[in-house]
Design a protein around this ligand. Sequence first.
Ligand code: C2E
Ligand code: MG
Ligand code: MG
Length: 744
Amino acid sequence: MEVRGIFRGRGQRDALGGGKARAPADAARRLELLDDFELAGNCWLWASDEDGQLTYISASAAARLGQVPEDLLGRPLSSLFETDRSNPDEKADRPLSFLLSANKRLAEVVVRPLFAGDGDASDAVAWWSITANPKHDSSGRFLGYRGSAKDVTIEYRRTCENSRAAEYDALTGLANRHRMNRRLDSMLTAFKAAGRACAVFLLDLDRFKHVNDTMGHPAGDELLRQVSRRIQQVTGQRNEVGRLGGDEFQVLLPDLDDRARLGELAGKIIQLVSQPYTIDGKRAVIGTSIGVAVAPYDGLTREDIIRNADLALYAAKNGGRGQFRFFSADLRDEAEERRRLLEDLRAALAQDQLALHYQPVVRVADNTVTGFEALMRWDHPERGPISPGTFIPIAEESNLINELGHWALRRACRDAAQWPLSVNVAVNVSAVQFANPDFTQTVIDALGDSGLAPHRLELELTESVFLGDSEATSLSLATLKSAGVRLALDDFGTGYSSLSYLRSAPFDRIKVDRTFVDTCTLEDNNSTKIIAAIIGLSEALGMEVTVEGVEAFDQLEVVCAQGARFIQGFIYARPMTLDAITERMSTGEFRIEPAGPDRHRPERRTVFLRVGVIHEDHYYEAVMRDLSRTGARVEGLLGVTSGDELLLDLGGGQLVICTVIRAHEAVFAVEFDSPLVSDGAGGLCTRHRVSPYALAAAGMPLEALPPGKYPMAARTAPTSRPRYMEVRVSDSAHARDFPDEAAA
Ligand code: C2E
Ligand code: MG
Ligand code: MG
């Protein structure tokens, strides 16, 4: 009988417990039992002294490590084994030396031998579970550990795989919602203590569902994998990307609160994700929208930050696809407002409150009207006219767009059937409506019912119809084409512009977007060259071109010099009612002479925003009337003089340092110290905001920034007399100056 393990050092007789004297026969039986037990190799025994050095180890355990016990004895246990620091389980996240130094019981701590055995190769990645009790003498002095160990490699690997599955998305390998939540929680907690910021991007793919439905789920899966790689490519190592499920992604961006950089990054993601994908040799195009919220400005807890990023995402999707949007407090009202408008719109359609107006398209050579574009009009019983730019996107969020589109198509065909045969009608088709499998049949039915010849109907599609599965799109286009309908590509140059589809898609016409015409008369501008290029390209491909949005004679001259032959713009006519055009048609040929201003005046961004003006230690209320990236016009303060330095409070923690460059009575113009940046939705915002941490340091409770003005409670009471005098600027003055806006 021989005990294979070897004792060494002090207290070795106590090593396996039972210090008290026992009958020799009993002791021998116990030793024999122990011996058999150790030989079986399922479980090993070990002991350490008060310094953590190994004093005993089962010979079979040592053998498993490719050693003999003598080589191991006297070495610190923590130099032989280590815990799994990558394990998300909190306990294992501590070094073994730390656990041992506590002199407390060790319960099933999983460790890895630090050197490989020479025998079995799988030993190299073995995992052992160790359990041990601390041993104390009668005075309570710690003597060391008495422990056991067993090989748990198979079970532990399985546990790790399971916990990986619980934390990561199997499809893309990105962190899943559960892990992202945990990461954001712990980041927010740590950052709160350190006064650091953290931004969150929420992404939702546009038209992913369409790809999934038409190309099949395996193609959809592959697309998601490619998307996740592209997102990671832009965001880099430091920012964690997760897939929350479906086509929703999230990015955590620690220490980023500069909205210029956040906007740039979001823009890059949108751009990269919107590039075409090749899946199984087929092409697919999708887009993405991004909502951005930043802690601590937009919320301190995960719930608040996620809810606000979600609201921003919702707004981004509604503002037209392929946009990002920063959270701002008024988005909360916007969401509610859209819900109400959708209800009203549904009722308006049912109660026949919608109308179609028609805007002439004129051939420049002889000023003859060759057709009309049908534009939807909604006169809301309480709010007055609402622009289709507002209500069409709302309808696109629900099935209502199909009904609206159907209605417009039938109405336009019916109306146009009464016009002279030389006059065509163009009807706008939303991409959402186009993707509907019934769409082509709807068109054929509308033509049949009205008796309108198919070649007199032109469908205006935007580049977004190419999002999704390009085969299904091509098929629908071909069906419409063979039915004899004409196809136009609307708003060309503003969307997911990719010239490759022009090669194969059977368009008869391209409509140059108004934005190019708007800027074509400005100096140092590429718009004129772009207009020329689009006209050249279309002619080469045998398509006609309509230039949209010509308002003034200087624009007319520029676009005609580039070869424009068809124009649709206020210089010829605004959209008109059916009655107005039938009346004019009854007089014979329909010609319109251009009429309008000589020069185009670029649109100023007119606003009516109550702002704060901080000067010395006084806070004044004023109204901002014009806003650009670099300056603003403000009204409502007397006594302001050129050269004064002010702090403008735009609300929501946005303070802008500026200098007065002109002042007249209660109106003054200021220039900003540093320019504003885009808020992603055509609006402007400051790069930085007042940090809630700074406010907290000044004695305010720590909370997200309120929507309104800079909280003055954090400031001390004024000690000087105010330099300026507030004068009231009323909304009615605003209504007088800007009747259109006031009605909206
Ligand atoms: P769009 O199809 O590009 O229509 C041209 C828009 O430019 C119209 O705005 C028209 O009134 C405006 N416009 C034309 N010439 C000028 C000009 O010289 N100056 C200026 N400032 N504007 C000009 P509207 O009627 O507000 O429609 C906006 C958009 O709403 C349309 O853009 C179209 O995308 C959508 N829409 C309108 N009706 C329908 C519809 O029945 N169905 C769908 N799906 N969309 C529609
Ligand atoms: Mg159009
Ligand atoms: Mg257009």
